[in-house]
Design a protein around this ligand. Structure first.
Ligand SMILES: C[S@@+](CC[C@H](N)C(=O)[O-])C[C@H]1O[C@@H](n2cnc3c(N)ncnc32)[C@H](O)[C@@H]1O
Length: 421
């Protein structure tokens, strides 16, 4: 079924909202104010609370609309449908406006705070028109063994011979390794991971092509270098594991987190810190060097390999002041050794679902004066904001980073202080 709709406002997951005969319709590839033709997703019937659909034709366009810079990721009816870039029809300033509005809306609705959130664009994203930022990509081999992406709502696999969101360094590796030529076992998962050569160094062997988790060329362990507050930190990371994807995300996030934590410690000669959901130690390493040897730290991460890397990365810079634990955060926090049980500041960077009530409760119980919360899902951050507020914390600072251009995703960093009123 197809219908003409006036789009009203932004909604979640890269969609906007309109109505058909009083029923809410969530529409992909739309913008507020537009008049559009929408193809409704099947199945839908009269009893559904809401419908979903996708723009097939734009009758009156928003000023924020642009021709998709990656048409294959655009609307299905316009030759797209492979996903991966759901704001590809929106100008870069329009994307920032969309993300700022979504964070403010979630924080109001679920977090019960009225705030405006400044969003920072990453260097070079404007010149690159929101493309070429991913240092990691994943694809599936189609029936003929070619890298492909699935066309939405179908079982059709579209073979691809480039990935416009991938960094230029990654595309160089893909060419060199003949990834686009195919030859993979049908159905296999192909992953490329290429650390950004920020210092102008050669990529050399510092990359990995993985097929079903096995390295087929390059190295299992990669080296990432990040300049934080004037010092370069080096991280050994697993090529199949988590690392912030945008070329500039590790730098932007770590520098901001460090400046917030430093501000909260206010020159204290010693401090206890927690780094929860710590991965390979992106924040742990620079945090451990704060106030020289007088910082005691606990870091907690569920991935065994990531923790091994974090421990090795800490040893390489001679930091013996971190107890880097492998385990579930909630379980590990239930039993923290005495000298680490009263953190001054807690840094946490949970997965999309957020920290949830239990971990927020454990943080509050620890008596931490401040909490620095890095969030990849504004709705989860907003829910945890409501919990932390109930537990006696107040939102003191919030800023967002557009580390996922051309998509609706956004990273938000919030600082909470224990309310001492
Ligand atoms: C968003 S990543 C952040 C990693 C790190 N801070 C960084 O920026 O590189 C979230 C991390 O949390 C870990 N994780 C997810 N759920 C967890 C849990 N319940 N307990 C411990 N770690 C968890 C994941 O393995 C992942 O490494």
């Amino acid at each position: 079924m197809e219908s003409t709709i006036r789009i009203e406002r932004y909604a979640d997951q890269g969609r906007c909202v309109g109505h058909i005969d009083g029923r809410v319709v969530f529409v992909r590839f739309a913008l507020p104010g537009e008049l559009v033709r929408v193809v409704l997703d099947e199945p839908h019937d009269r009893e559904d609370r809401f419908w979903t659909g996708e723009v097939s034709e734009v009758l009156e366009a928003s000023d924020d609309r642009v021709d998709p810079v990656w048409p294959l990721a655009g609307p299905l009816a316009m030759g797209g449908g492979v996903g991966g870039a759901d704001l590809v029809h929106v100008s870069l300033p329009g994307q920032l406006e969309w993300k700022a509005a979504s964070i403010a809306e979630q924080m109001k609705r679920l977090g019960h705070v009225d705030i405006e959130v400044p969003i920072e664009r990453m260097p070079e994203d404007e010149a690159e028109r929101g493309l070429h930022w991913r240092t990691r990509i994943e694809m599936i081999a189609d029936d003929e063994g070619r890298p492909s992406m699935r066309r939405r709502g179908t079982h059709v696999r579209v073979p691809i011979d480039t990935m416009p969101l991938a960094s230029r360094a990654l595309l160089e590796v893909a060419e060199k390794e003949h990834v686009w030529d195919g030859g993979f076992t049908p159905g296999s998962q192909i992953r490329l991971a290429v650390p950004e050569p920020r210092d102008g160094a050669e990529i050399a062997g510092n990359y990995a092509v993985l097929v079903n988790g096995e390295v087929t060329s390059g190295d299992r362990e990669l080296v990432e270098k990040v300049m934080v507050c004037g010092r370069e930190f080096e991280y050994g990371v697993d090529s199949g594991g988590f690392w912030q994807m945008h070329r500039h995300a590790p730098i932007a996030l770590t520098n901001h987190v460090m400046s917030l934590v430093r501000g909260e410690l206010d020159g204290a000669a010693s401090a206890c810190l927690w780094d929860l959901y710590s991965g390979s130690g992106l924040f742990t390493l620079p945090l451990a060097t704060l106030s020289a040897e007088r910082v005691r730290m606990l870091s907690v991460e569920g991935g065994k390999t990531a923790v091994k890397h974090a421990q090795r990365n800490l040893r390489a810079i001679h930091m013996g002041n971190v107890d880097a634990r492998t385990g579930d955060v909630a379980k590990t926090l239930a039993n923290v050794r005495n000298d680490l049980s009263k953190p001054d500041v807690v840094v946490l960077d949970p997965p999309r679902a957020g920290a949830r009530a239990k971990v927020c409760g454990q943080i509050a119980e620890s008596g931490a004066r401040a909490v620095v919360y890095i969030a990849c899902d504004p709705a989860s951050l907003a829910r945890d904001t409501a919990t932390l507020t109930r537990l006696g914390y107040a939102l003191a600072d919030i800023r967002a980073f557009d580390i996922y251009p051309s998509t609706h995703h956004v990273e938000t960093v919030a600082l909470f202080r224990k309310d001492v009123r």
